[in-house]
Write a protein that binds this ligand. Structure first.
Ligand code: COA
Length: 315
């Protein structure tokens, strides 16, 4: 099978750190509540001179350098985001411009909320499969500035999210494992950003419903890709979950009776960065030298829509 090989990874998070204590200055909450209910200790918010595309550019630049590929060989840039700076041009086109990538590259954004990066990987694989030249690369970016969409007086949502970007350069690889599963529910009520006739585009959420959805949907996604590939969870080296809540990830880990090392987490430092959370995690794992050729990795996420997806990839 033509699998999708990640050849380079990068990430960037803003410098501004907001601890739970700082968040608690304006609302009735505290560090202890946030840590125990979510695992989050701090998050990053953009400064005045930063934008969604400035984060995306830095993550993409790092991924391209890490891959060591020529920019001329990048045929697609797909940015996965719900928090673009403006409707058009796309963040992908802004990245193309800032990194001076040639005009034979096709650039567009997709929005599948927190599942975005996983949809982006699957989309780029489909596009690369149609290319005559199978040695072309795709650049998939997850980039979010969620701080613009937070009501800092709503303690149920403002504690959860952060800003950041992650990116992967990918190519097709013959005889590589690849499986994908996805779906969506067509649901607005449980999790959304913005509402008709409202000036502010804030996150609105029924936290308990999202939690229940996540702890049932993630195992379904994992089981789907395992069944399709005739593998068991013991054959998998890492399950990289969307970083939404430490308790959600721990519930999945416990269900499969797997060690914590298999389910890496960085939610403590960044909160939920939506479409950026999985590529940031992958890039940090890469920096720590956690990947070895031949490892099998499941990427799994869920988000507003309600959407969900999992990709099984080989390193
Ligand atoms: N600080 C202190 N108290 C808070 C609080 C906060 N930041 N947020 C909510 N509370 C209160 C509630 O008002 C409630 O009070 P009540 O019992 O007097 O009504 C109480 O804490 C318990 O709230 P509850 O909603 O039951 O908490 P929870 O254990 O479900 O945790 C979330 C809330 C949001 C942390 C949790 O439901 C969650 O993480 N859900 C998933 C959210 C998510 O992942 N969203 C993004 C998906 S991509």
């Amino acid at each position: 099978m033509n699998g999708l090989k990640i050849v380079g990874l990068g990430h960037f998070v803003p410098e501004n750190v907001y601890t739970n204590d700082e968040i608690s200055k304006n609302i009735e909450t505290d560090d202890e509540w946030i840590r125990t209910r979510t695992g989050i200790e701090e998050r990053r918010f953009v400064g005045n001179d930063e934008t969604n595309y400035s984060l995306a550019v830095k993550a993409a630049d790092m991924a391209i350098k890490n891959a060591g590929v020529s920019k001329d060989d990048i045929s697609y840039i797909i940015t996965c985001t719900f928090s673009a700076d403006f409707p058009v041009p796309s963040i992908a086109c802004m990245v193309q411009s800032e990194l001076e990538i040639g005009d034979s590259c096709t650039c567009f954004d997709i929005n599948a909320a927190c599942s975005g990066f996983l949809y982006g990987l699957h989309t780029v694989r489909g596009l690369l499969l149609q290319e005559k030249d199978k040695n072309k690369y795709g650049l998939v970016i997850g980039s979010e500035v969620i701080s613009r969409h937070l009501d800092m007086n709503d303690r149920e949502t403002c504690i959860l999210f952060g800003d950041g970007a992650g990116a992967a350069v990918v190519k097709l690889e013959e005889n590589y494992l690849y499986e994908f599963t996805s779906g969506s529910k067509g649901n607005y009520e449980v999790l959304h950003v913005g509402a008709l006739n409202e000036d502010k585009q804030y996150v609105g959420m029924k936290g308990k419903d999202v939690f229940k959805f996540a702890v049932t949907t993630i195992p379904k996604c994992i089981n789907n890709v395992l069944n399709e590939s005739n593998l068991s969870i013991d054959d998998i080296d890492y399950v990289v979950c969307h970083q939404a809540n430490k308790r959600i990830i721990e519930a999945v880990m416990t269900k499969y009776k797997q060690p914590a090392e298999k389910f890496p987490m960085n939610i403590m430092k960044y909160g939920n960065t939506s479409a950026a959370s999985i590529p940031i995690m992958l890039s940090e794992m890469n920096e720590k030298g956690m990947f070895k050729k031949g490892q099998k990795v499941i990427l799994v996420g869920f988000g507003a829509g309600l959407t969900w997806a999992a990709n099984l990839i080989e390193i």
